[in-house]
Write a protein that binds this ligand. Structure first.
Ligand SMILES: C[S@@+](CC[C@H](N)C(=O)[O-])C[C@H]1O[C@@H](n2cnc3c(N)ncnc32)[C@H](O)[C@@H]1O
Ligand SMILES: Nc1nc2[nH]cc(C(=O)O)c2c(=O)[nH]1
Ligand code: SF4
Ligand SMILES: [Mg+2]
Length: 254
């Protein structure tokens, strides 16, 4: 169901969220991969990964405004699902996401928040699925999908905030899900883990560190996944597939 074609009015209240899509699918990534889930995808991001698989929430944000009650009603319409994944874009940018998470929690849903880890919110989050952005994500002029590297400096400045990451891992059940293509990326992961373990007040288990192959399409994943699986084995981290890409390639609402 393309929400964007259902709701066309502009924002008219504090409880409104910019929604890019809302759909029912299998969780494709991370420790809950395979679980039927409703996805609520907000629009707008404070970063610009060159590889972003949700281009229309970051580089070219598009959305319809929905209030929290309408979102909860749309979620409830998928009566087989008791898991909700709130993603984006960067969902924690928006104040009203906290209200949405409370409403979902009150109704007994398990909530996963997919976040880049640069913003902390106090909210009922059952799983903080944190994907800190490595140096490999920066939109240099050569890799910029929309311009000539205008976002590179801001992206590079903002992509890692150790204090925010340490609060997220301390406050929530978490997984750290890194987009990886090669060995240099894993060195970047290890450097970050040293800094985070030094700062965080809680242990960070290797079991909660996941390597995810970079690839928004089946073709690209076929190039990256074998090497990333080998890196996971070599370093003792978990590998996460991208089930939805295997199953449905880059189709919207999957
Ligand atoms: C689109 S992001 C939205 C949530 C949040 N902004 C973030 O980056 O975590 C959802 C997930 O997709 C991952 N992702 C985005 N583009 C990807 C790509 N081309 N290959 C692999 N993972 C990708 C992100 O790292 C994140 O784990
Ligand atoms: N099926 C499916 N699983 C996902 N897990 C995280 C996603 C995301 O975009 O945050 C995602 C997504 O876009 N689709
Ligand atoms: S942080 Fe997430 S939504 Fe933002 S550009 Fe990167 S992958 Fe896309
Ligand atoms: Mg996705």
């Amino acid at each position: 169901m393309p929400v964007t074609s259902d709701v066309t009015r502009a924002a008219d209240g504090d409880g409104d969220l910019p929604i890019n899509e809302l759909f029912y699918s299998l969780q494709g990534e991370g420790g809950l991969a395979g679980v039927p889930s409703v996805f609520v995808r907000t629009s707008g991001c404070n970063l610009r990964c060159w590889f972003c698989d949700s281009y229309h929430t970051s580089w070219d944000p598009t959305h319809a405004w929905m209030d929290v009650d309408d979102i909860v009603e749309a979620v409830a319409g998928y009566d087989r699902a008791d898991h909700v994944v709130v993603t984006g874009g960067e969902p924690l940018l928006h104040d009203a996401v906290v209200d949405l998470l409370h409403e979902l929690d009150d109704r007994g849903y398990h909530t996963t928040v997919e976040t880049n880890g640069t913003i902390h919110r106090d909210a009922p989050i059952d799983l903080a699925s944190v994907s800190p952005k490595l140096a490999n994500s920066t939109p240099t002029a050569e890799r910029d999908p929309a311009g000539e590297g205008e976002w590179a400096e801001r992206h590079e400045r903002d992509r890692i905030d150790i204090n925010t990451l340490s609060r997220l891992v301390a406050d929530y059940d978490h997984q750290l899900k890194f987009v990886v293509t090669d060995e240099a990326d894993v060195r970047d992961v290890e450097d970050l883990l040293v800094r985070l373990r030094d700062r965080a007040r809680v242990p960070i288990h290797d079991d909660d560190v996941l390597l995810m192959p970079e690839g928004a399409t089946r073709e690209r994943l076929a190039e990256t996944r074998d090497r990333v699986a080998e890196l996971a084995l070599a370093h003792g981290y978990r590998y996460t597939p991208r089930l939805h890409v295997d199953l449905w390639n880059d189709a919207p609402e999957t």
